[in-house]
Design a protein around this ligand. Structure first.
Ligand code: NAD
Length: 440
């Protein structure tokens, strides 16, 4: 099939490459000419494990091409996947749909072929119905075009495997024909037994925001308990293990720490709340405000504990920050809790030296006022305090005894609860974590 993928960011670049890899002819489209130039040469402009190889292969084979022209896309595609950004609006918690609207306004009048427009971006419930009406108004008379929604559930860091072997596919369709087309697009996944849920567009749109709301709730639940643990001397990691053995609960997403961030969860729960209010059912999901507040409170808690660890004030203190991205195995720093903490302690007067395995360039673009170190040792050299803020596997392999040689103060705050407390303490470090007791 001939597919276009409009918007080639964290979602679209992966989707385009994977669709080409399973045998489709794919045209990727973006307004960012620099990104399109890089992708056309088979160069991945983001860090996503496995993507470089698959992009190189599919661009090399000629099955994947890129353009900035929506006209070319309109001429080419049987199916148009919309993967553009849907960030939070600047003036409210609601979703900014300008990019999605711009794609529809630009694409629909240029359509001549029979085709299906399939949204993958995360959007407020009701968007497909609204866009469908708009497409019928804009498309040239006699053009057979329909809109469907097929929300995306990939996780950055696992995006390639999540696209090629998703846990489920959800298709929000308005006709058997649209359903048939989507089944054809995903035929290799369906023959591998991937569950395929065919439903109406409103349900499909809601599945995505419901999934993100549930995950955010699980994280904030355990972080709220971490606060209670800190007040009582209990240990949140043991608590989470014990809870997690209950098969009705499960251990995943019960890791207490600095909380969630990134380009999805925070803005998606806010947009859901805003949309529910518009629909007159704001009360039904008002708990999401609390989930959001618990989440952002962990950033302040981390700053407060760090301040206490350096003696009550950051002025003149040197702080090493390990981690800039919102999660490991990604270079994405959008709404990153690690950067929020780094910025806050810098504002309070600390000299911050930051390290991240993949996110340094993106972090520097957002926070040029910080110092950046090429490795962990240089970040920690002479630091009064080390903050572990993103749980990269490489940080778990740090030898605390060796690091003590450059960090005589030997103080670390593990805000992700993934370092081995006993190991660090036995190497003479003052080791603190969120929601876990500190031995006297
Ligand atoms: P992104 O910012 O990385 O990518 C969006 C791309 O769209 C950018 O390259 C941008 O230049 C391009 N774009 C913007 N306006 C355009 C236009 N008018 N025409 C063509 N291209 C345009 O964002 P992302 O992380 O890929 O997210 C995209 C959507 O996917 C969002 O709705 C997001 O919520 C959803 N999503 C993201 C993930 C994820 O892990 N990143 C997972 C699931 C769903």
């Amino acid at each position: 099939m001939r597919l276009t993928v409009i918007g080639t960011g964290y979602l679209g670049a992966v989707h385009a490459a994977c669709m080409a890899d399973i045998g489709h002819e794919v045209l990727g489209v973006d307004i960012d000419a620099e990104k399109i130039a890089a992708l056309s040469e088979g160069r991945v402009p983001i860090y996503e494990p496995g993507l470089q190889e698959i992009l190189g292969r599919t661009v090399g084979s000629g099955r994947l091409r890129f353009t900035t022209s929506l006209g070319e896309a309109a001429e080419f595609g049987d199916v148009h996947f919309v993967c553009v950004s849907t960030p939070q609006r600047r003036d409210s918690p609601a979703c900014d749909l300008r990019a999605v609207d711009a794609v529809v306004e630009g694409l629909a009048p240029r359509l001549r072929r029979r085709c299906l427009i399939v949204g993958k971006s995360t959007v407020p419930v009701g968007t497909t119905a609204r866009l469908s009406t708009r497409v019928q108004e804009l498309a040239p008379e006699g053009t057979d075009v329909e809109v469907a929604w097929n929300p995306e559930f990939l996780r950055e860091g696992y995006a390639v495997q999540d696209t090629l072997r998703p846990e489920r596919l959800v298709a929000g369709v308005m006709s058997p024909r649209a359903d048939h087309i989507l089944r054809e697009v995903y035929a290799p996944m369906l023959s591998d037994g991937v569950p395929y849920i065919s439903t109406d567009p409103a349900t499909a749109e809601l599945v995505k925001v419901a999934a993100n709301s549930f995950l955010a709730t699980k994280i904030s639940f355990i972080n709220a308990l971490a606060e209670v643990c800190d007040a009582t001397g209990a240990d949140v990691t043991t608590l989470a293990d014990a809870l997690g053995y209950d098969s009705r609960i499960g251990r995943r997403f019960l890791s207490a720490g600095l909380g969630f961030g990134g380009g999805c969860l925070p803005k998606d729960i806010r947009a859901f709340r805003a949309r529910a209010e518009e629909l007159g059912v704001g009360g039904a999901v008002s708990f999401l405000r609390e989930i959001d507040e618990i989440n952002t409170r962990q950033r302040q808690r981390t700053v407060d504990i760090a301040r206490e660890m350096v003696g009550g004030g950051f002025t003149g203190r040197r702080v090493a920050v390990l981690g800039a991205t919102f999660k490991p195995d990604s270079d994405d720093v959008r709404d990153s809790p690690a950067l929020a903490v780094a910025a806050a302690i810098h504002r309070e007067g600390a000299e911050v030296r930051l390290h991240d395995p993949e996110g340094m360039d993106n972090a520097r673009a957002v926070l040029p006022q910080l110092a950046y170190a090429p490795d962990v040792e240089k970040a920690c050299d002479g630091a009064d305090l080390v903050l572990h803020l993103t749980e990269w596997a490489a940080y778990r392999r740090i030898d605390p005894a060796a690091l003590a040689a450059v960090t005589p103060a030997r103080k670390i705050l593990d805000a992700r609860n993934t370092l081995d407390a006993a190991l660090w303490r036995s190497a003479g470090w003052t080791f603190r974590a969120l929601g876990r007791p500190t031995p006297p």
